[in-house]
Design a protein around this ligand. Structure first.
Ligand code: IMP
Ligand code: MG
Length: 175
């Protein structure tokens, strides 16, 4: 399919947004240690950039999940492809995601992680698409709220491509 990518949030805006998010996290955690849990693969660019601006003692772990079922919409049941390496019991967990769309993936994942008895657990997302939400889930930290468009870049993919774009762009299909 033919498509082009229109810039939505430029590189400088993205990095300013992440920096100011880090400042609110720093205020809220006040030096308490944080276990960043990155949801692969989309959360990688965001997490590494965010982590550089955090003043707490930070440790990182990674998790890879996929939605059960075919189609472009997540179903609400997620399969763990790669689980965390370390226990999160007693940790201040901050889940780092690229985007909250319907909320299916995160709603399942947050419940699953909550059952592992972290001291605290919060959700941090680069992008929020609230217009598509079907689950009652709200991120604690959101860098950018975006309209109902399919976006790529800064970790987000279309068919596994364009994750490496340093900005956020909207995929516009040519008809
Ligand atoms: P949810 O379960 O519907 O919230 O889906 C979240 C996942 O869908 C994200 O982690 C992304 O992998 C993917 N996703 C949702 N919207 C977009 C988008 O606009 N661009 C790229 N991936 C997206
Ligand atoms: Mg994802």
């Amino acid at each position: 399919m033919n498509y082009r990518i229109e810039k939505l949030i430029d590189e400088r805006e993205v990095s300013e947004g992440i920096k100011s998010l880090a400042e609110s996290i720093n205020r809220d955690y006040r030096g308490e240690s944080i276990r960043l849990v990155c949801i692969l693969k989309g959360g990688v660019f965001f997490m590494t950039e965010l982590a550089k601006h955090l003043s707490s003692e930070v440790t990182m772990d990674f998790m890879s999940v996929s939605s059960y079922g075919a189609g472009t919409e997540s179903s609400g049941v997620v399969k763990i492809i790669k689980d965390l390496d370390e226990s999160i019991e007693g940790e201040n967990v901050l889940v780092v995601e690229d985007i909250v769309d319907t909320g299916n993936t995160l709603s399942y994942l947050m419940d699953l992680l909550r059952d592992r008895n972290p001291k605290t657990i919060k959700l941090c997302t680069l992008l929020d698409k609230p217009s598509r939400r079907t689950r009652d889930i709200k991120a604690d930290y959101v860098a950018f709220t975006i309209p109902d468009k399919f976006v790529v870049g800064y970790g987000l993919d279309y068919d596994q491509k364009h994750r490496n774009l340093p900005y956020i762009g909207v995929v516009e299909f040519n008809d």
